[in-house]
Design a protein around this ligand. Structure first.
Ligand code: ADP
Ligand code: ADP
Length: 237
């Protein structure tokens, strides 16, 4: 469970990224955050794994205030949260296997990863994860040989090898064409339902949000201006 209690975030230059956010996200939900560029969607999502740190309030993940976390606690938090980004964040000159296992090994600097000496069970896990997003045939291709949609599927597989409790996707389809965007959203939704992984996705298109979200949270200027099921979104919001 994720709970924001009076959470505010003021950036060093004085910009208010979040203003008094109060919201609870229950286990297993598929939530889409919508809003125009600059609304605070990214700040909201990045607060949850502490890529940015709110400056006021309480932010609970599994009943612990993560705003107090540092060091080991912070690394543990990030292990149970899988992140997906607009630009995939793959190491372009590495192959798909190495990219996918980066999630498993936590970092790419280990001797094993440098020399590609993976344990059999890690390779099996990578293969299974890639199969779930239908891209296992590219396991030995370099990341930069793949299309955008394929790279985003690899980044989903990377998150799966982490066996996360949460997936946070920050504009995961913003660089993709409409058919590919639908494909990626369909995989995210399928994984959410099959593995019961609480998933929060930022999108700037309301129509896409309405098609996939169980619940939509609308943001504007750092505040939540709508929170409800997709069926309640109407012309006014
Ligand atoms: P969105 O994801 O909805 O586009 P963001 O969360 O990126 O919105 O941004 C929310 C607000 O915070 C915007 O006004 C943005 O310009 C500002 N902002 C984001 N990151 C920073 C930063 N590192 N320093 C200062 N202001 C920032
Ligand atoms: P998808 O819709 O499945 O994401 P595309 O239709 O965009 O894939 O790509 C079709 C094929 O072209 C893929 O097999 C992919 O490997 C290849 N391809 C796409 N972009 C590139 C690229 N920049 N370099 C090499 N191959 C590419």
């Amino acid at each position: 469970m994720i709970e924001f209690k009076n959470v505010g975030l003021v950036y060093p230059n004085g910009t208010e990224g979040l203003k008094n956010i109060n919201v609870k996200i229950n286990d297993g939900e598929f939530v889409v955050i919508v809003g125009l560029s600059g609304a605070g969607k990214s700040t909201f999502i990045r607060s949850i794994n502490r890529l940015v740190t709110p400056t006021s309030g309480t932010l609970l993940v599994d009943n612990e205030d993560i705003l107090q976390y540092r060091g080991k606690k912070l690394r543990e938090l990030r292990t149970k949260i899988g992140m997906i980004f607009q630009n995939y964040n793959l190491v372009k000159r590495s192959n798909v296997l190495k990219n996918v296992l980066a999630g498993r090994l936590g970092h790419t600097g280990t001797l094993r990863s440098i020399f590609g000496m993976y344990k059999k069970e890690d390779i099996a896990l990578a293969y299974e994860s890639l199969k779930r997003v239908n891209i296992a045939d590219k396991i030995y291709n370099r990341a930069d040989e793949l299309s955008g949609g394929q790279q985003q599927r690899v980044s989903i597989a990377r998150v799966l090898t982490q066996k996360p409790s949460y997936i946070l996707a920050d504009e995961p389809v913003a660089s993709l064409d409409p058919p590919t965007s639908h494909q990626v959203m369909t995989y995210l939704k399928k994984i959410n339902k099959e593995d019961n992984i609480t998933t929060i996705v930022n999108l700037h298109f309301i129509d896409m949000a309405m098609e996939y979200a169980d619940r939509i949270i609308g943001m504007r200027a750092g505040e939540i201006v709508f929170d409800g099921p997709a069926s309640e979104v109407n012309e006014k919001t």
